[in-house]
Design a protein around this ligand. Sequence first.
Ligand SMILES: C[S@@+](CC[C@H](N)C(=O)[O-])C[C@H]1O[C@@H](n2cnc3c(N)ncnc32)[C@H](O)[C@@H]1O
Length: 227
Amino acid sequence: MDPMPLLARFGLDDEDLAAWRASGLSDAVIEDWLTDRVARRPAGTRARRVYGADDVHDFARRAILDWLALGPEDALLEVGCGGGLLLRDALALGARVTGIDHSQEMAELARERAPGAEVLVAAAEELPFADQAFTAVAMSIVFFFFARPLVVLGETRRVLRPGGRLAIYTTAPELRGTPAAPEPLASRGHFYSDGELAELGRAAGFDDLTVENRRGGQLMTGRVPFP
Ligand SMILES: C[S@@+](CC[C@H](N)C(=O)[O-])C[C@H]1O[C@@H](n2cnc3c(N)ncnc32)[C@H](O)[C@@H]1O
């Protein structure tokens, strides 16, 4: 099988082809490998260019930051921080800023793009932070990839203080198969209706849940209740 036509559809080049060959994986899992390489655990020169670009997911970043309205009194955690653009913009608002990503390359890029932020290589399902360490949590175009969303939301709630804010921007089912969520990535992700998304937030113990659907881009917000 010639993998290049599939890789080229996502702008991947010879470097990525060499990485695929070096992986030693069988052709049967090339779509899983591609999903990781492009978005689920990005790696390579192309990924650093895409996720380090000023305009990457700027619509999601703006929606999240507008709602969170961060200030110097805030401690923000971004889960799945990618190239660190949201971290950079949050620092400019005076907040204390932390990011985690399970891609080593993305964590390194985020440290470059957001000097002053603390960035750790870690998994969303097991956050390496004390209870109530943050006042706000952001997730931009990453919720889609979580196989265990309630585990991630539970961890998020644990590390937020009472009154802490959660803002998640994700992709709605109506965008499945469009350039916002193309195959084969779409069938490896998780889409939720607005109602399902709010129900997940409630089940994890958040209050004041809202889901605003902007032509298939969903902004879910919530707060940790006071005891
Ligand atoms: C599509 S990128 C989005 C990056 C950035 N948030 C943005 O909006 O540009 C998804 C990011 O989430 C990270 N990610 C996916 N699943 C993760 C998990 N379970 N734990 C930590 N990071 C994860 C990926 O490595 C990748 O950097």
